[in-house]
Design a protein around this ligand. Structure first.
Ligand SMILES: C[S@@+](CC[C@H](N)C(=O)[O-])C[C@H]1O[C@@H](n2cnc3c(N)ncnc32)[C@H](O)[C@@H]1O
Length: 279
C-alpha cells in the first residue's frame, strides 16, 4: 500500500531523486496518455494535472494548448520544485499540496499520469473533482492494470516471494485501480460519464547501459530504490540481500537486449466527462 501521506515523505523524496529513471520507465506510456488527453482537451481554459510529479505531462499539454492555463499539483514538494525548474512555461505553474484542496474551480480539464490511485476514499475524491469541473469537462488518467498483467512486477514479486494478492477491498497504491469494474463504479457514483477505457500495453524500461551487463546493473540499482522489491532488498541482511539480488538479476537477464532491460507492462487509460452542474 502507498497512501497519499507517503508521497510527502520518503516515497516522494526517492521519486524526486530518481525522476530521470522513473520517467524513462514510463517513456513508452507517456505519448499514449498525451494523445488521449489531447483528443479531448479544449483549446483553452483551466486545466489541472493531478499528481504532476516532475511536470512532464503538464508541460506536454501546456505546449500543445498555448491558450490554456495548466496547473500541476503534487503532494511532493521536491518533485514540484523540479517541475518548476524544468518547465518555465508562461501558461503552466506547479504547486505543492493536495490537489483536492488546492485547486480552485471551475476546471475545464483534469488529467493525471498515474496519480489518482492514492486517495483514501476514491468515491469522495472523484465526487469532489467532478464538483470542481465545469459540466462536460473531460477527465483523462492512466493507472496500472493488475500486477499479473505487468511482467516487470510479476518478475519482482516472484523473486522476492511476495504472497499472491487476494484482497478484494480497496487499498490505495499503484495497483489500486487495476480492476476496471471497480473504477467504472467509482466514476459512475462520482458523476463522471465514462467515454472510453483503453488498454495501453507498453515496454517498461528498467535499465540502460553501454552493454547488457551495464543495463542489468542499472535495472538492479533502480529496483533497489523504487518499486515492489525495494523494501525487501533494503530489509534483507547482507547474505540474504546478495541472494535476493542474484535471483532478481537472473530473472531480469532474459529481458536484457542491446543495452536495455525492457519488460512488458500494461495500463488503463480512462476518459470521462463531468455530468451535471459544477459547484
Ligand atoms: C506514481 S507518481 C506519478 C507522478 C507523475 N505523474 C509521473 O508520472 O511521473 C504519483 C504522484 O501522485 C501524487 N499524488 C497522489 N495523490 C495526490 C493528491 N491527492 N494531490 C496531489 N498529488 C497527489 C504523488 O505525490 C506522486 O507524485
Amino acid at each position: 500500500m502507498t497512501a497519499a501521506g507517503d508521497w510527502t515523505g520518503k516515497v516522494g523524496d526517492v521519486w524526486a531523486k530518481e525522476w530521470r529513471r522513473t520517467e524513462r520507465s514510463f517513456s513508452h506510456l507517456a505519448p499514449q496518455l498525451a494523445r488521449a488527453i489531447l483528443a479531448v482537451a479544449p483549446a483553452e481554459g483551466r486545466f489541472m494535472d493531478l499528481g504532476c510529479g516532475v511536470g512532464s505531462t503538464s508541460a506536454a499539454v501546456a505546449q500543445a494548448r498555448p491558450l490554456a492555463s495548466v496547473t500541476g499539483v503534487d503532494l511532493s514538494a521536491p518533485m514540484v520544485a523540479i517541475a518548476s525548474e524544468r518547465h518555465p512555461l508562461s501558461n503552466s505553474r506547479f504547486i505543492a499540496g493536495d490537489a483536492l484542496t488546492l485547486v480552485v474551480p471551475p476546471l475545464d480539464l483534469i488529467f493525471s499520469h498515474h496519480g489518482v490511485m492514492f486517495f483514501d476514499d476514491p468515491r469522495a475524491a472523484f465526487s469532489h473533482l467532478r464538483r470542481s469541473a465545469v459540466a462536460g469537462a473531460p477527465l483523462v488518467f492512466s493507472c496500472f492494470r493488475a500486477r499479473g498483467e505487468n511482467r516487470w512486477v510479476d518478475v519482482l514479486d516472484h523473486a522476492i516471494g511476495a504472497p499472491v494478492w487476494e484482497g478484494t477491498s480497496y487499498s490505495p497504491g499503484p495497483f489500486a485501480f487495476a480492476d476496471s469494474a471497480f473504477v467504472a463504479d467509482v466514476l459512475a457514483h462520482a458523476g463522471w460519464k465514462v467515454l472510453a477505457v483503453e488498454q495501453a500495453d507498453f515496454d517498461y524500461v528498467a535499465g540502460e547501459g553501454a552493454s547488457d551487463e551495464d543495463a542489468l546493473a542499472d535495472a538492479l540499482d533502480f529496483f533497489g530504490r523504487i518499486g515492489p522489491a525495494a523494501a525487501a532488498i533494503r530489509a534483507a541482511a547482507d547474505d540474504a540481500r546478495r541472494d535476493l539480488l542474484d535471483r532478481i538479476r537472473t530473472r531480469l537477464a532474459r529481458y536484457a537486449v542491446s543495452g536495455r532491460v525492457t519488460m512488458p507492462a500494461s495500463a488503463w487509460i480512462w476518459t470521462a466527462r463531468a455530468a451535471g452542474e459544477h459547484a
